[in-house]
Design a protein around this ligand. Structure first.
Ligand code: 5AD
Ligand code: SF4
Ligand code: FES
Length: 373
């Protein structure tokens, strides 16, 4: 059997979404040769330009609290890490940070925290979402990233006005998931949460970690297939980075390889799925100062500047070497704007940045037109 040259594979992928087999996706994800990787990124960039133009959507990230009931083996916020000073930002301050993002004409704000399932938390989020919806118009979406919850809780937040939800599946391989989590964490529940969110009309985001111990290129190809099978609208993924205060803290990683894998995954995902929103994640910036810009050039179209007050940032560390711990939101925004300009792209100020895939799957229905509500 002769192998199809990478160039011709890329041409096929550019022509139509879903053109690549799992084996072909795995081949792209595993590419090492610099010239071949450049060709991969250039092909993905072409598809992105067709989908969204040379434009970046900004999503402000507020890390509203760092308490977490879970104990994921890789994460610095895990319940078992006693070295974390736990905080919860007062509601009025969360709303002020969201308002700051709205005033700066960001497309959306993400409220993120560890996973807490309680009535008090549910109600706190309802109040915060309502308060943001009260000033943010149609062009400012409220996005939640608050972990696994019951369908009733997701419904209450949706009814309060949240339009989008981010919940990473972490890996599409349930067996690999099992090695990264305690026995009482369920891959199937997480997948079912994504399905519940979709039923409730959310624009649904998911994602994975890349370069996990024991993960293969086939697993990563399976992740892209998962996004397609589950009809995921927004994708955020980044390389795994060990955190010293976790059970996986001692895992040795080759940082240059993690960066390559991260960029390859962004590009392969863009080539296979064409119209999803794809984030240039902050972890890539840890691995290279221009890591996020390189992701934009490999097919990403969303950036998530941190808009949390500086004082809280050092207590929200999922992985080591988190950047911007001493920077203000104003500084991060300036830094990011310069980075976007440096690659000749522009920021889509004042636009909600709705995933083209979400608009397509909703057709031209009234619901889609009123998306941010
Ligand atoms: N390295 C990289 N990403 C991590 N996350 C958690 N811990 C790490 C780590 N050590 C990611 C998970 C989670 C998201 C909020 O952060 O994918 O869903
Ligand atoms: Fe909690 Fe999320 Fe970290 Fe898991 S990854 S310990 S759920 S904050
Ligand atoms: Fe925070 Fe560059 S994004 S300083």
């Amino acid at each position: 059997m002769t192998t199809e040259p990478t160039e011709s594979l890329l041409e096929r992928a550019k022509a139509a979404p879903g053109a690549l087999s799992r084996a072909e996706l795995a081949r792209l994800v595993a590419l090492r040769d610099p010239a071949e990787r450049e060709a991969l990124y250039a092909a993905a960039y072409e598809v992105k330009l067709r989908a969204t133009g040379p434009r970046v959507s900004l999503r402000g990230l507020v890390e509203i609290g760092n308490a977490c009931a879970k104990n994921c083996l890789y994460c610095g916020l895990r319940r078992g890490n006693a070295n974390v000073r736990r905080y919860e930002i007062p509601e009025g301050d969360v709303v002020r940070m969201a308002r700051w993002a709205w005033e700066r004409r960001f497309g959306s704000v993400v409220l993120q925290s560890g996973e807490i399932e309680s009535d008090a938390n549910t109600e706190r989020i309802v109040r915060i979402v309502r308060a943001i919806r009260a000033f943010g118009g149609e062009d400012f979406a409220v996005v939640l990233s608050l972990g696994e919850q019951t369908e009733e809780v997701y419904r209450a937040w949706r009814e309060a006005g949240a339009a989008r939800y981010l919940l990473r599946i972490e890996t599409s391989n349930p067996a690999l998931y099992g090695t990264l989590h305690p026995a009482d964490h369920s891959w199937a529940r997480r997948r079912d949460c994504l399905r519940a969110l979709r039923r409730l009309g959310y624009q649904v985001g998911s994602g994975v970690m890349i370069g996990l111990p024991g993960q293969t290129a086939e697993d990563l190809a399976g992740d892209i297939a998962f996004f397609r099978d589950e009809d995921i609208d927004m994708i955020g993924m980044g390389p795994f980075l060990p955190h010293g205060e976790t059970p996986l803290g001692g895992v040795a990683v080759d940082r240059a390889r993690q960066l390559e894998l991260g960029l390859n995954m962004v590009a392969a995902t863009r080539l296979q799925l064409h119209d999803r929103n794809l984030a240039a994640t902050t972890v890539l910036q840890v691995l290279a100062p221009d890591g996020r810009e390189r992701a934009l050039r490999a097919g990403a179209n969303v950036m998530m500047p941190n808009v949390t007050d500086t004082g809280y940032r050092r207590n929200y560390r999922l992985y080591e070497d988190k950047p911007c711990l001493e920077d203000t939101s104003e500084q991060c925004l300036g830094c990011l704007s310069r980075r976007v300009a440096s690659i000749g792209e522009t920021i889509a100020w004042g636009e909600p940045g709705t995933s083209p895939h979400f608009l397509a799957r909703r057709g031209s229905s009234r619901e889609a037109a009123a998306e941010p509500r």
